[in-house]
Ligand binder design. Structure first.
Ligand SMILES: NC(=O)c1ccc[n+]([C@@H]2O[C@H](COP(=O)([O-])OP(=O)(O)OC[C@H]3O[C@@H](n4cnc5c(N)ncnc54)[C@H](O)[C@@H]3O)[C@@H](O)[C@H]2O)c1
Length: 308
């Protein structure tokens, strides 16, 4: 199989990610079929896809004349047999549960041709957790997207039984849909970026929760030295503190060590007060004008009250 043999892409799950990945593939000339459980989910998803296509054109991500042809390349179905017809590559974005992912892949393993490649967009699971259940472990690997509207960096991550040919083809496919693939040699929780981000958040939370330095000082240190517009606490606010809590709590349970437990409890206090970050208007910072976005933030004019 060559890259040119990939023409028809099946998206599993018409949610937040499935909609974006489907539209992205259609804009790059692929025939796209999107599968989900019910027709009303699909109808709703298609109207969101139409709106998003308009936004991507307005943001100059794609020329306006490509919009209608891209939308015409997308079909939606809740029928397994119809969805599987002539599919060369699957991109899966169903809920983050190895049973659901393995189960739906297995349904399509029974219906798709032998060469069809299976890719998963899982954020936190490892492909090996459902590779066997999929029925074709050698043709399964992760193709993981971040927020498609803000970055075109993707991860390509094989598991131990992925054939090298599949990793090569998925990498080429990622480039064909305008993405920059980061190719891992083997499985790793959180791929590359998320793994580093977790370490940064973990360290920042630990310092704040143990009273080593205030939140603003930690962000100022990172932003001032790395010349970034946002620091670890600003990033956590933009992710959403409910999500940050879920991840830190998960690791606190997995690792059961003091630092992780204190970090989870520290974030939980904000979540319990309804402070979810950017989306709720308040988190570690207040919005829409967070202190870290002020021109004098790094220089220290906005020093903590003890220092004034
Ligand atoms: N949201 C993100 O920012 C993000 C980023 C990268 C990766 N991911 C990963 O992408 C996957 C999907 O996330 P999402 O945010 O799009 O979720 P979502 O909840 O928005 O969408 C999931 C969709 O899957 C459908 N679904 C459920 N069971 C199904 C089945 N058996 N067959 C087909 N469809 C089924 C649901 O009806 C829903 O429409 C997850 O694995 C997540 O970890 C999410």
């Amino acid at each position: 199989m060559d890259l040119k043999d990939i023409r028809r892409v099946l998206i599993l799950g018409a949610g937040t990610m499935g909609q974006q990945i489907g539209l992205l593939c259609a804009f790059h000339g692929y025939e796209v079929v999107i599968y989900d459980l019910k027709q009303d989910i699909l109808d709703n998803a298609y109207s969101r896809i139409q709106k998003r296509a308009g936004k991507w054109v307005l943001a100059n991500q794609f020329p306006p004349e490509k919009k209608e042809p891209a939308l015409r390349r997308i079909t939606m179905t809740d029928n397994l047999d119809k969805a599987a017809e002539g599919v060369d590559l699957i991109s899966e974005s169903v809920p983050e549960d190895p049973e659901i992912k393995g189960g739906i892949f297995h349904e399509f393993h029974k219906r798709c041709k032998e060469e069809t490649i299976f890719t998963t967009n899982t954020s936190s699971l490892l492909p090996s957790m459902f590779a066997k259940k999929s029925g074709r472990p050698d043709r399964l690997c992760a193709l993981h997207f971040h927020d498609i509207s803000i970055t075109n960096i993707v991860d390509v991550m094989p598991h131990a039984d992925t054939s090298p040919e599949v990793t090569r083809l998925v990498t080429a496919f990622a480039r064909a849909i305008g993405q920059i693939p980061i190719v891992l040699k083997r499985e790793n929780n959180g791929y590359v970026f998320n793994n580093m981000l977790m370490a940064l958040m973990d360290s920042a939370l630990s310092m704040a929760s143990h009273g080593i330095a205030p939140i603003e000082e930690i962000d100022r240190s990172w932003m001032g030295i790395m010349h970034t517009l946002i620091g670890p606490f600003g990033i956590m606010d933009s992710i959403g503190l409910d999500t940050v809590w879920k991840v830190t709590d998960y690791w606190a349970r997995q690792l059961n060590y003091e630092k992780a437990i204190t970090n989870a409890a520290f974030v939980r206090k904000y979540v319990d007060e309804g402070k979810l970050g950017l989306k709720s208007g308040e988190g570690f910072y207040g919005y829409p004008e967070p202190a870290y976005a002020r021109p004098d933030f790094i220089s220290g004019i906005s020093l903590s009250s003890e220092e004034k």
